[in-house]
Design a protein around this ligand. Sequence first.
Ligand SMILES: NC(=O)c1ccc[n+]([C@@H]2O[C@H](COP(=O)([O-])OP(=O)(O)OC[C@H]3O[C@@H](n4cnc5c(N)ncnc54)[C@H](OP(=O)(O)O)[C@@H]3O)[C@@H](O)[C@H]2O)c1
Length: 278
Amino acid sequence: MAGRVCIVSGGNSGIGFELCRGMAAAGFHVVMVSRGAERGQPALDKLQAEFGDSIEMMLCDMSDLDNVSKLHAEFTAKFDRLDVLLNNAGAMWGRREKTAQGHEMTFGVNHMGYFVMTQTFLPLLKSTENSRIVNTASEAHKMANLKLNNLNRENKRYSQWRTYGNSKLCNILFTRELARKLDGTGIITHCFHPGVVKTRFGSGSSGPMRLFWPLFRPFMIGSKRGASTGLHLALSEDARTTTGEYWSRSKRNRGNRHARNDDNATRLWDITENLLNE
Ligand SMILES: NC(=O)c1ccc[n+]([C@@H]2O[C@H](COP(=O)([O-])OP(=O)(O)OC[C@H]3O[C@@H](n4cnc5c(N)ncnc54)[C@H](OP(=O)(O)O)[C@@H]3O)[C@@H](O)[C@H]2O)c1
């Protein structure tokens, strides 16, 4: 696999860090995308101690989507191929915040971030044979109550889990529609639930969640196991036989009925495009 290049967003921590390790171990040149150098550099140092120059860091804070085109310019100045895009950067915000574009933060980073990253890198993915797009989703999609006419949940009491669940349902619907749009291009895309993983996830939450989430840590799986399904999707022949699916424990999973709603997947795509054009 020498010469192959991948991007892992949110690569400096948790599941993303292990995705970087797994991809480097599989022989890829890994571009670890971090929100900022302060948390990115120590992770990069650790990864380079293990894999040398086959890992590098680029910065992109997805709470301002304009940063994605800067990342793209930096990337394309160095590379003329992209074999695997792993959209993984995400979090749950404990209180209502806004992105630079004015979107609710959890939706803006977790969904719009994946969408814009994918759209921006799509020409490069298309010109690279057998490329893949892998999105980190979650079983939390089952907590969603997605209103497509109010994706930013305006004029609603802020619920961190509901908002997070909505964003993760968006990840699954986005993957479904993306697969449909990529039909015939040779690019496959999948998304996955990593498990309940002992990472920094939840550190930005509020209320009882902030108090109680750490108590569950002893029962959570490690990041290496959390990354394993994502690596299966990025690397296996099994994953290449289909596209557009939601996976858990390296197996295809149906998700709930909302996650299989193709009409909503198409509508979400169109509405997302409209939001970006506003
Ligand atoms: N942990 C779980 O149980 C679990 C379960 C299901 C799904 N997931 C999903 O797994 C993915 C990775 O989360 P994790 O559990 O590994 O948590 P994590 O350790 O907190 O890692 C999240 C990564 O996303 C980055 N990130 C957050 N906001 C960002 C922004 N505005 N711009 C760019 N990067 C940003 C973080 O950067 P910083 O280091 O700078 O904060 C970090 O690198 C997320 O999409 C999450 O929804 C996690």
